[in-house]
Design a protein around this ligand. Structure first.
Ligand code: ATP
Ligand code: MG
Length: 254
């Protein structure tokens, strides 16, 4: 099995793996299974939540739900508001695709030219034993969307550029280094439950206090997003390790 990455589709399973670790737990947004009682509880507590298919990809079916003076949800570019929780819940039940969902505490992401952005870390095994965060990149959402995915009109950009209006010089450098270290810690923790993995991709949401939150851990991360950067150094490195780790060799892939 060594060298063979498998994939874990379930966001619920992946969240639970992170929650096993006391140090990493604080970076995980509160998460519950989707049902009426949990939605009511999560909206009351967090005011803004994300409702996501447990087995989703590319931001498809992801819904942002908010409670202010009214209840509101947005899916894709469509937003609707409701006077009551009952009205919201009935409409959501119709709008949702027919599968299982979870509810996650919403992170108020940093913005770039009024668009939200998050970060993707690529963490790879670089030797038989050692992990390293070999790639990091920012993803900026389409102006009218609530997801940043590249395959959902998001735009990959250098994280240094995106963080530039929040942090400068050494502080920015140190901050990115701390994100990379967080990626490293997540990978080595995952390794304990899943020794077969040799690379993971981590979606990090950064809130207005610059606290990083682990939005999602991807077990079959796309190396090609790094080819979107003008500077190819990171892409070359990521691809080299992806190949060494046996990506692109297998015929059967899920
Ligand atoms: N709790 C959250 N707070 C803020 N933004 C979120 C939250 N959850 C998701 N998002 C936004 O929605 C995007 C998609 O969500 P997520 O990564 O969980 O699912 P996915 O991308 O559809 O799944 P996969 O990465 O497996 O294809 C994230 O990249 C992020 O931009
Ligand atoms: Mg994702």
């Amino acid at each position: 099995m060594v060298g063979r990455a498998r994939t874990i589709g379930s966001k619920w399973v992946k969240t639970k793996v992170l929650l096993l670790n006391k140090e990493l737990r604080k970076f995980v947004p509160e998460t519950r299974v989707y049902n009426q009682a949990n939605l009511l509880y999560m909206l009351k507590k967090h005011k803004m939540v994300y409702v996501k298919p447990i087995n989703g990809t590319s931001g498809q079916g992801v819904i942002r739900v908010e409670k202010n003076d009214k209840y509101r949800y947005q899916a894709g570019q469509t937003a609707k508001s409701f006077g009551t929780f009952q009205g919201l819940f009935a409409a959501l039940s119709k709008a949702k695709l027919n599968r299982s969902y979870l509810i996650q505490q919403g992170i108020h992401l940093l913005t770039h030219q009024k668009r939200i952005f998050d970060a993707r870390l690529m963490v790879q095994k670089v030797t038989h034993k050692n992990w390293e965060t070999t790639g990091y990149i920012g993803r900026v959402a389409h102006p009218r969307k609530i997801v940043t995915n590249f395959h959902n009109s998001g735009k990959p950009l250098s994280l240094e550029v995106l963080l530039g209006s929040y942090l400068k010089n050494q502080k920015k450098h140190d901050y990115i280094r701390s994100l990379r270290y967080l990626g490293y810690r997540i990978a080595t923790h995952y390794q304990k439950s899943y020794p077969g993995f040799r690379e993971i991709g981590i979606d990090i949401g950064i809130d207005k206090n610059l606290k990083p939150w682990v939005i999602e851990v991807n077990t079959a991360p796309d190396p090609f997003i790094f080819n979107q950067l003008k500077d190819k150094k990171m892409f070359v490195k990521v691809l080299r390790h992806a190949r060494a780790n046996g990506r692109f060799l297998r015929v059967k892939r899920k």
